[in-house]
Design a protein around this ligand. Sequence first.
Ligand SMILES: [Mg+2]
Length: 172
Amino acid sequence: MILERWLMPDEVFPDFSSVTPELLRERGIRFVFSDIDNTLATYDDPTPPPDTARWLRSMEKAGIRVVFVSNNGRERVESFAGPAGCPAYWKARKPLVGILKRAAREAGASAEESLLLGDQLLTDAAAGKRCGMTVFIVPPIRDKTTLFWRIKRRIERPYMEKFARSRGTGRG
Ligand SMILES: [Mg+2]
């Protein structure tokens, strides 16, 4: 089923800091195309919080390039990316792949050495998978509680549970 191919992450981690440079190097990942909101920070953090800044530095030290690819607007993305010193793409319209592909091209990254890191299956995982990237998903740092988001989560849940079952661990 095509949806399943697009929505199944390669791994689910408890948070971004569990995704270490060592782990990425083992998998041959040299580029991380990362979502921002609810993946690396909450919507309320205008700049990278200390944990996030530390994680970004650890990647830089290991020679792993982090590129922000966000569906959010220019102002939010620039204010977050500026202090981090990472390339940033806003209004990416994930699950569409146009901007993500451009980000990869401009970084000189092949799909095989690229990771898509995000908190949403319907946008982040789908875009990464469609580009042939490895996809890691983390639970949202602080989820929205609006009806729209609750419905989105309900659509995603069976896929997340299926993933957990396929690994024989965790939720589900
Ligand atoms: Mg997000």
